[in-house]
Design a protein around this ligand. Sequence first.
Ligand code: COA
Length: 497
Amino acid sequence: MIMERIKNKDYHDKIMSAMEAAALIKDGMTIATSGFTPAGYPKAVPKALAERIKREGIDLKINLYTGASVGDELDGELARVGAIKKRLPYQTQSDCRNKINCGEIDYIDMHLSHVSDFVRYGFLSKIDIAIVEAIAITEEGYIIPSTSLGNTPAFIENAELVIIEINTRHPKELEGIHDVYQPLKPPNRIPIPVITPKDRIGETYIKVSPDKIKAIVISDIPDSVKEFPEIDEISQRMADNLIDFLENEVDNKRLPENLLPLQSGVGAVANAVLGGLVKSKFSGLSIYSEVIQDSVLDLIDSDKVNIASGSSLTLSPKGLERFYNNIAKYKDKIILRPQEISNSPEVIRRLGVISMNTAIEVDIYGDVNSTNIMGTKMMNGIGGSGDFTRNAYISIFTTPSTAKGGKISSIVPLVSHCDHTEHDVQVVITEQGVADLRGLSPKEKAKVIINNCAHPDYKDALLEYYSNEMNQCHISHKLNEALSWHYRFLSTGTMKK
Ligand code: COA
């Protein structure tokens, strides 16, 4: 049975246990893995490594590079045994996050489109071992990845050694969904030939030199994407506001009737907002995004979406079951690309992608914080939000107008950390309304954001902050008050006066 998945006979004597493969990993190494938000990451080898560290009581620390976030079996297990020294480019696991926030793990929060090039150009430490999850190996010895593509091709090409985890949990029929394309280094790089989201430009497998492969491990551990919560009233209102905005763009001939390719960010809010399109009048839509969440399956099932291009199948357990039960249908409409292609600024700008990402907080001039709670605690990371926002045809941020049961206003005088500046953010949407910032000066933006997006509990205080006196200037802040809302929350438990 397993030999059906490893068609190249020369590889059969490379099969070993996860513990034997984990023994290849030494203190100080840089380990780069497959996996993207959190799909298609290796699970058996990192679990075995953590077990070995615990059992032998050894001090072993690695630099860990991935595509994007990975599950507990990798980030969680290794963070808990203190085995991660440096981590990039994105994470969402709570133990890993806590160790970043207490300074135990050095974290490089990177634009996802940069990682493969940084590896290729030699900007990061050399990769000792790439560990990649796959569904099969072809007769030629090529690797067929699993539920994501991420940075896997560049990691494999630039690693000294490769460990492959063949995960039998994923059906072999996944083969054919990937589109592997690796750009050349400048000055020889040519334009990426993606002209429409449905274009396939590469191979369905990753080529590798056979002598690099040092171990093949068999696993059947599932990806650990969480179930998405039911769409609540706030998310529904944000989705309604987004759809009204898009309809208005079509009515004003700024967008075609089937819109332009859509990108939607990670998380519950993004999933709910994209899901709102199922009930909209739009059809013939396309998606050029990085994560394919459950809402994309809803859009395909309702014949709203013709093609969805991304880098990972970030599907909940129920979503993945649904995908696997109808794999032929979905495979026809979904393409998985390396993240340097799904998130390529050049392609995003050229296709005219409409980006829709979630903000933690937005300030009165339209600067967005996507990453650091109260400016000091890393949540997840910037992910692909910068790749898309800066280059979008229209860049949109959604956020509920309050957080933590109303104790926090998501519209603040000044963001406590800035990921996306007012130069890049075109539209802000909360459940209260839409702030269309295009063509507005900072003075005009402030009024629109406060009046259209702030929660009524905080509107007067924001208007008071943005007093007439400040209105005389271009961008102005009362520096002794600008972060007082955050300080008040930290000292009293609420931003309310
Ligand atoms: N102040 C403090 N906490 C806030 C907050 C604010 N203004 N806004 C949200 N939060 C907290 C929520 O309370 C929640 O906390 P909990 O985990 O303790 O319950 C947490 O942040 C997540 O917020 P939630 O409302 O559940 O939204 P989400 O799951 O949709 O995640 C982001 C929102 C911003 C954290 C998430 O979208 C993200 O990491 N974005 C950055 C990366 C990105 O945009 N990638 C997109 C390209 S794929």
